[in-house]
Design a protein around this ligand. Sequence first.
Ligand code: ADP
Ligand code: MG
Length: 619
Amino acid sequence: MPSIHKLSQSLINKIAAGEVIERPASVVKELMENAVDAGATRVDVSVTAGGSDMIRIVDNGYGIEPEQLPLAIASHATSKLNTADDLFSVGTLGFRGEALASIAEISRLSIRSRTADAPGGAEIEVVGGEVSEVTPCGCPPGTAIEVRNLFYNTPVRRKFLKKPQTELGHISEAFTRIALPLPSVHFTLRHNDRLIFDLPATTSWPERIGKILGKQIAAALIPVESEDGDIRIAGYAAHPGQNRSNNRMQYVFLNGRHIRDRSLQHALGEAYRGMLMTGRYPIAVLALEMPVEMVDVNVHPTKLEVRFQDSGRIYSQLLSTLRTKFLSSDLTTQVETSDESDPSGAHDDQEADRIRQQVVDWAKGEVDAWRPASEGEAESESSTPFRSGPSPAPLSLNRLDRSWVEPADEELPSTGEPVPSGPSAVGGYRIAKALQIHNRYLVSESRDGVMIIDQHALHERILYEQLRRRIEEGPVESQSLLVPEPVDLPTAEAAAAMEHQELLATLGLRIEPFGGDTILVSSYPAMLSSVSVSEVLRGLLEPLMAGGKAPDSRDMLDELLNTIACKAAVKAGDYLTPDEIDSLLDQRHLVDDPHHCPHGRPTALVFSREELDKKFKRI
Ligand code: ADP
Ligand code: MG
């Protein structure tokens, strides 16, 4: 019979480490939390090889006394809790006193620290749980902790580590979760000596959010705020035009600590109900403040989940705060402005036409491939009514390629009588299937009412779908540049681009480092041949940088398609010829969900005849 015996302290620590330290990002999280708890105003994080070789965190906090150093790395030793009661009123990020002990057990750890008034610092080292003497050393006030060879003595864990790029993604996310709610602290993150984030201290929270999540999101932030007794919610929810295919960009901080809470995520989703397409998630950064007694943070080893005393109350407060805000904000006007200040920057008409032409040419080849071969082929060959002659080319190919058009869909502008389904010449005029108003909306009769279509949104959606299907058929074609083009990028973006070199290559964008913050582009997606390379790279990197996490190739592809579709689509303000209007309407059915553009905003509003009859008091 096996005998029962006490586990050695080292084994106990290893077991604890299994819970707390899952991967390099967990170390970054714990050490950054300690730095913040120590009142640091500057925290520098550097990692190499995705954190498995080295993680160093330097802070300028209050430091640790030399004689306390052995205690800091002892398990269940903390300066943050005294009595059991304290456990229910935790005001610091850490409190369990096991992080340093756990990390020390599974790595080579060194701590150098100096308190503000001490003449010099002291150092301690632990290798696999073996603690060295405390020795004096020179160092600035604050604490520098270095963790090398993580998991070197737990080979199973080490084997589970992913590629450095993936681990870096997790590290950036951990970094983001701590840096996001603390704009008054200067944080930096370096990977292999490349600066990934530099977040100087600021009094402006939106500025910090923008630095981390990107300018596009920063520009779409809607401030929200509410107070219900002791519970305060403050922060930003992004305009529904900015959304994501997952909920990773929903940051909730409870008394400064990042948490995940299903019920709050649900409340967010509810608040945006009807404003987002299914499968899309809102973006928000929210800070909840409440008395520490109202929440138990000691329910999860990494403190990611918490238990609220009254979670129902917080749910409804969040939901109503957002709803009220949305109701009082004119979300539509914002959509329009964003239309005009076209983020793609294709302001120059000729330039825009060229881009369109290129995308059209590029995608054209494949249209036949996925068009249902049956009736479509026959009709379009013989008697497509819209074509003026045997050649489809002359019909304003630069806007909407006629050869994409399938024979008129029965369901679409189903016109009864007044509007003919083909072009009709009335005294030399062509009557389009819809009326263009303000050079931006198309008004058309639908089977049972009236439809108002946003021309840019619809065209963007059509192009997006066409491109997506094209890409599903094979890898993105890339075009090599005769002379590689150097592109200067902001430091963090250059670093991110290099981190995602492989991913970008799969999208046809080949890049190499060129010294400093310059990147050399040697090939780019063929479909974008006329768009400036740096513009494409920036357009891609912005969302890529957002949250600092490694986006999967789907997200990247999505973003790339969005960029192209947005650039190539007709803009609000563009006059459309009757042929172009028809062509646009005819292609509506190519789009799986014609009611929303890729950004999730509607492409069309429909007013039923009944609704109109009611308004005119006919019924
Ligand atoms: P906890 O943070 O839960 O208290 P840790 O194992 O993370 O446990 O840290 C143990 C103790 O070491 C802390 O309570 C704190 O007193 C001290 N300590 C750790 N990191 C730092 C730091 N960067 N600056 C000052 N003190 C620190
Ligand atoms: Mg800690």
